[in-house]
Structure formats: C-alpha cells, structure tokens
Design a protein around this ligand. Structure first.
Ligand code: X90
Length: 276
C-alpha cells in the first residue's frame, strides 16, 4: 500500500524525503494582500509588511478541495493538521477523507487532530515516516502514531500575542498582560489544543529558564526536539544550546517558521516541539 503524509503549512515543512509527502497551505489575508503559505512565500518580507500594516489581518485554513487535491491517488493517507480548537483545517480534512473514501472504495484516510501546531506536527510527521518505512500496515501505523502523539508536547515563548488576540485565538486577559516591553509569555499547547499560558517572564533569560523547567516537568529526558523560530535564528540556537547543556544526548533541529506560525507567533517568537 502506498501511504502518503499530508500536513498543513502550520507544520513549517516544505518537504520530507523518502515518503510521498504533500503540504496544503493556509493563507494570511488582509485588504492589501493575500499570502499563500507555500514554498514561494517570502516569510521575512511578509513579517515586515504585516508589522507595518495598520489594518486587520486574518487567516484562513485549507478547504476540502485543497486537501482532496493533495491526496492525489494515494491508497493510504495520513493527514496531520493544526489543532481543531483554533482552526477549521482538521474538519476540512475529515470531510475530504469522507469524500475520498466514498469515491475510492478500499482506500484509507486517517485524519490526525494534533491539538497542537508547528514543530510538534513536524515530529508527528517524522514519526509517521519511520512507521511507513518500516512497512507496517495502515491500522498498526494509526495505533502507533496515536500512542506517539500522547507523549509529544509543544512549548512556546512569545514577545507578542497581538495577532492571536485580534483573531480571537487567545484569552484577551493574556493579551493585555503582554505588549509590555521585555515581557515574554511562556506557554504550552493544552490537552484540548488551546493556547495555555504558564508564565509571564521578564526578559528572555527568565523565559528560557521557565521553558527548560517545563520541558523537564513534561517528561523530557533527551529525545527528539524540533525548534521553530520567527525570524530569530540566534534565539533558535540559544534554545538548542540550553537544551543540550542539560540533555546532551537530545536530537535537536532548528528551523524558521513558515507563514502561518510566523504571523501568529510573531517576530522573536519560538516554538519547541519535543518528546516526553
Ligand atoms: O484556520 C486558521 O485560520 C488558522 C488559525 C490558527 C490559529 C493559531 C495559530 C497558532 C500558531 C502560536 C503559538 C503556539 C500556540 C499553540 C496552541 C495549540 C502559533
């Protein structure tokens, strides 16, 4: 059975070697421009334009047709979508799966609601690749990936939650507390796939200390980690160093966010996906 992985663009992935793989883009939209979050998007340019833009900017998720197109003619598909609590992406994937399986009896689609986003989705896609390459059958892969998803986590540190607040994706009280210069919000993707604030820290150093403590509390013992930074590679590598100081055997990758996460996590934001 040929099995394909289809992620939405909030995973910050452009490609995945060795298995059939597709990305369906979300969009970032305002009165002036529409940014399609695909490989052709110039992320630093978008971030610069949006921070200068005074009006309101929003986002939209992939529709049923876009998911269907990405399924192509695969016999088996795993979709990996941003939390259904903050986006319609997963619901659209579920509808696409129904259409696809009805039109092609015998084919299988499993839709994974990651209750998270960004680098935690990437870890899930990387684990799916391993399971597919082991040649396991569809149901076994589904069982194993759901087990894996129970022990992956997402932490983040943000300098601003303005865009999250303006789009109703965060409690307004949280939003109010930020904006103050130098304050960092450290939080996690909650068990129900919402943004949960854990700490308000004065300065980056304290923010990083809080993150390391939270990683430890969530059961990190030195497994795989994926770090995504918004236009701040230095911060991405600082987080990596802090992790390696404490857990020298950890396997830590650093990469820039693509469009969707760049818009919501905002400049200077950093997202850390890891195995508990
Ligand atoms: O459907 C759409 O228009 C997309 C809406 C996405 C809204 C949330 C994006 C969050 C991006 C921010 C920090 C991490 C939050 C984790 C929460 C589970 C990244």
């Amino acid at each position: 059975m040929d099995i394909r992985i289809v992620v939405d663009s909030s995973a910050n992935m452009l490609s995945l070697e060795g298995v059939p793989f597709r990305v369906v883009p979300l969009k970032i939209v305002n009165d002036q421009r529409e940014y399609v979050d695909d490989a052709s998007l110039d992320v630093p340019e978008m971030v610069g334009e949006l921070s200068a833009y005074k009006g309101k900017t929003g986002t939209s998720c992939p529709n049923v047709g876009e998911w269907l197109e990405a399924f192509g003619d695969a016999e088996g598909v795993f979709t990996v979508a941003i939390t259904s609590n903050l986006s319609g992406a997963h619901n659209a994937a579920v509808q696409a799966a129904e259409v696809y399986m009805e039109e092609h009896p015998g084919r299988r689609v499993c839709c994974l609601d990651t209750l998270s986003t960004g680098p935690e989705m990437e870890l899930i896609a990387l684990r799916l690749r391993e399971l597919i390459q082991e040649g396991l059958d569809f149901d076994t892969i589904e069982r194993k990936i759901r087990d894996y998803m129970n022990r992956t986590h997402l932490l983040f540190m943000l300098e601003s939650v303005e865009n999250l607040a303006k789009n109703g994706r965060v409690n307004p009280l949280v939003a109010k507390a930020v904006g103050i210069l130098g304050i960092r919000i450290v939080g996690k993707a909650s068990d129900v796939g919402t943004l949960q604030q854990l700490h308000k820290c004065r300065g980056e150093r304290k923010g990083l200390d809080a993150m390391m403590q939270e990683m430890s509390d969530l059961g990190f013992v030195g497994g795989r980690v994926s770090i995504a930074h918004v236009c701040n590679e230095a911060l991405g590598y600082t987080v990596r160093e802090r992790i390696l100081e404490r857990w020298p055997t950890a396997d830590v990758q650093v990469a820039p966010t693509r469009g969707l996460c760049s818009f919501y996590a905002e400049r200077g934001g950093v997202l850390v996906g890891f195995e508990g």
